[in-house]
Design a protein around this ligand. Structure first.
Ligand code: PEP
Ligand code: MG
Length: 325
């Protein structure tokens, strides 16, 4: 099967009934470039920039950041590369930022909240990204957006840095600016966000945690992390429909996107891009080649309208896609 999978490296992803889907990779550092290429990713749906900062002993300079972003977008060109602005706080503290201890870090000043509150770091990251855009196809994504106002503020800071660099005649490419949908409030307002963003990407790792109110680091409540819970799937469905109504693509970059039980449901819902650990891409491409999206739409409807438990949903997917797991 490894040989069969390797043959799929240079293929585009198409379902059995001919629907094109983008299979993208998640990555953390420039060291991941070879595996993204070897596994035939059509795009990068999420580069987490936290590692760049967490691996350093001090704030990386704009030039240090620029060198890495340029390396990544140019190595992967012409593929689109989504680079996410800093998502620290929560379970990812940055020692040199001296953040005050928080009783509830997942609900605290993390991600875009931290970026808007401490703008110099955010602005230097945006400048480095805008400069790197001249070397490939860059998309910038803001994490943990909860309100329209947060997105507008982040976008205004981006526009400000972009116009300063334009005045300075710094070369740059076209950049799409989008957001993660991982806070339930943003999922509920996805139709409004879709009017203002270039793309949306669903972060199920956090979305599930916030929707089910379970702490993803606490084993005692791990049973509540339920990707197939109808409430979670309805949020996902809502986001996809909102994106499509506004004519923008919807991606998913949480763990769920590479889960073989979730894939048929997500195809039925109409998700456009699936971004996952590079090692899951070829298996998923092979699986998608055996699936008829038109048949999966009724599976998705049934699951969305059921009161089923996770185990019942797994049984439903297995019945619809014999031999899946
Ligand atoms: C997510 O929340 O699903 C996600 C992709 O972001 P992270 O896992 O980095 O929080
Ligand atoms: Mg997240």
């Amino acid at each position: 099967n490894r040989v069969r999978l390797a043959k799929l490296r240079h293929h585009q992803t198409v379902t059995k009934d001919g629907i094109g889907v983008t299979l993208a990779a998640n990555m953390g550092t420039a060291n991941d470039i070879p595996s993204v290429l070897d596994n035939g990713a059509e795009a990068v749906g999420l580069m987490r920039t936290e590692f760049l900062y967490m691996d350093a002993e001090r704030v990386p300079t704009e030039d240090e950041q620029f060198a890495i972003y340029r390396q990544v977008v140019s190595a992967l060109a012409p593929r689109p590369v989504v680079i996410r602005t800093l998502d620290i706080g929560g379970d990812k503290p940055l020692p040199y930022l001296h953040q005050a201890p928080e009783a509830n870090p997942f609900m605290g000043e993390r991600a875009i909240r931290q970026s808007l509150a401490h703008q110099p770091l955010f602005r230097s990251q945006l400048r480095a990204l805008i400069r790197a855009s001249a070397y490939g196809h860059l998309r910038i994504m803001f994490p943990m957006i909860a309100t329209l106002d947060e997105f507008r503020q982040a976008k205004a800071i981006y526009d400000d840095e972009r116009s300063k660099l334009t005045t300075a005649q710094v070369p740059m490419g076209k950049i799409d600016v989008g957001m993660m949908v991982e806070v339930p409030a943003a999922a509920m307002l996805a139709d409004r966000f879709a009017q203002e963003v270039d793309f949306m990407s669903i972060g199920t790792n956090d979305l599930i945690g916030y929707a089910m109110a379970d702490d993803r680091t606490n084993q005692d409540v791990a049973y509540l992390y339920q990707p197939y819970h109808p409430a979670v799937l309805r949020l996902v469905d809502r986001i996809v429909r909102a994106g499509h109504a506004a004519g923008i693509p919807v991606a998913m970059c949480g763990e769920m996107a590479g889960d073989p039980i979730a894939v048929p449901i997500l195809l039925g819902i109409g998700l456009d891009e699936f971004s996952m650990g590079a090692g899951s891409i070829l298996k998923t491409r092979q699986l998608m080649g055996t699936l008829n999206v038109h048949e999966l739409q009724s599976l998705a409807d049934t699951v969305l309208n059921s009161t089923s438990t996770s185990q019942e949903v797994i049984t439903m997917v297995q019945a619809a896609v014999p031999g899946i797991l």
